[in-house]
Design a protein around this ligand. Structure first.
Ligand code: SAM
Length: 212
């Protein structure tokens, strides 16, 4: 992603504590308390400009959504999106998912979404892929028993790598599509990357896997 320098972005995030949670480690184990209900928590890692998480929050008011994005200059667009409808079931975290265990306690999350994650194609960068086994270990810790990971990408190499990584980890494959936009899957919410790359003619891959 081309990053634009936005010196004002940090202040904008700070000005919206109702949506962008500062010091998220303080809410470890207390996210439902913060949302003020006992609805399940779904998180998206690498939320980008936020269309997916915002539209999911609108479509599923009985789920609490948390979007995680490392870059301030990117998540500020997700905040702008949220300010249009001010959802009460959405929070945004401007943090790196490497530190996921600082923010969520065991079994606190029901589902994780990964959409168009950076592919890191070089072998020496394998550990940075969000479907690498050390990430799966973290996901397993924060997910409820039987929790799910839903993954979409246009990158065939990353998709194949991830299916192998999921299988080696012992995850159950509940759904797979090798061409999502020409399948009978209903309720797809397009991400910004998905729109861009599908317009270029790229196929979209999607799978759902389940932890034990
Ligand atoms: N999901 C969006 C979409 O489909 O339009 C954005 C896709 S973009 C290729 C990947 C995003 O993930 C980038 O905004 C990047 O900053 C973010 N990201 C990558 N690794 C991350 C990490 N470890 N923690 C938080 N965000 C991360």
């Amino acid at each position: 992603m081309r990053l634009r320098h936005k010196p004002w972005a940090k202040d904008k995030l700070l000005n919206h504590p109702e949506l962008v949670i500062q010091e998220p480690e303080k809410y470890k184990g207390k996210w439902q308390e913060l949302f003020g209900n006992s609805n399940p928590i779904h998180i998206e890692i690498g939320t980008g400009k936020g269309r997916f998480i915002n539209e999911m929050a609108k479509a599923h008011p009985d789920i609490n959504f948390i979007g995680i994005e490392a870059y301030t200059s990117v998540i500020v667009s997700a905040l702008d999106y949220a300010l249009e409808s001010e959802p009460t079931n959405l929070k945004l975290l401007n943090v790196n998912a490497q530190n996921l265990l600082d923010y969520f306690t065991e079994g606190e999350v029901k589902r994780i979404y990964l959409n168009f994650s950076d592919p890191w194609p070089k072998n020496r960068h394998e550990k940075r892929r969000l479907t690498y086994k050390s990430y799966l270990e973290m996901y397993e810790k924060i997910l409820v028993k039987g929790g799910e990971l839903h993954f979409k990408t246009d990158n065939q190499g990353l998709f194949e790598y991830s299916l192998i990584s999921f299988s080696q980890y012992g995850l159950k494959l509940n759904f797979v599509s090798l061409d999502l936009h020409n399948s009978d899957f209903e309720g797809n919410i397009m991400t910004e990357y998905e729109e861009k790359f599908s317009k270029k003619g790229n196929r979209i891959y999607r799978c759902e896997v389940q932890f034990p």
